[in-house]
Design a protein around this ligand. Structure first.
Ligand code: FEO
Length: 192
């Protein structure tokens, strides 16, 4: 009996806490949830590429991919945390199967560039929605992602350019492999 009473009290407290949070509008919540899935898919795609680069003995490319896997997980969790902070419920969906083979490092990086351009479009669509919904907090939150996509496209584009210059030059490929192998993912400090 005492337990049942305590339980009712707890439920009331939980409901009360959720109601106190500034809620996201339904459309915005759905779109942010879809972006969590898109970031998780990105992470999965890069994990698949990490495995591809390991299979062709390019360990530096593989290290670069592992850092990218962690970065994409960070992006997904950043949105996850924001949804929770705004009183929303995260709804996880199935993650699409990624490709698993590429005919060359250049083909893999061209795929990444195309993928990141698509992610930029998704972020821009989210921003358009937040503007339309007059959701200023979400607009402010999304600014970080807008800047991040500029960086992502620039760094991947640079690697595509280098791979084009290298063509079939094996020593050039090994030099780039060594350079990419120095990448370490460091999560940005809160507020950065
Ligand atoms: Fe999360 Fe590479 O964009």
């Amino acid at each position: 009996m005492h337990y049942a009473f305590t339980s009712i009290l707890c439920e009331t407290a939980v409901k009360h806490t959720i109601k106190e949070k500034p809620m996201l509008k339904e459309k915005m919540l759905k779109a942010l949830n879809a972006q969590v899935n898109a970031e998780m898919y990105s992470s999965y795609l890069y994990l698949s590429m990490e495995s591809y680069f390991q299979s062709v003995s390019l360990s530096g490319f593989s290290t670069w991919m592992r850092a990218q896997v962690q970065e994409e997980l960070f992006h997904g969790m950043k949105i996850y945390d924001y949804i929770c902070e705004r009183g929303g419920r995260v709804a996880l969906d199935a993650i699409k199967k990624p490709d698993s083979d590429w005919k060359s490092p250049l083909a893999a990086f061209k795929h990444i560039l195309k993928h990141e351009q698509h992610v930029t479009e998704l972020i821009n669509d989210l921003m358009d929605l937040a503007i339309g919904e007059k959701d200023h907090a979400t607009q402010n939150f999304l600014q970080w992602f807008v800047a991040e996509q500029v960086e992502e496209e620039a760094s991947v584009g640079e690697i595509v350019d280098k791979l084009k210059l290298i063509k079939d030059d094996t020593s050039g490929l090994f030099m780039l492999d060594a350079e990419l192998g120095r990448r370490i993912f460091t999560p940005p400090a809160k507020g950065e």
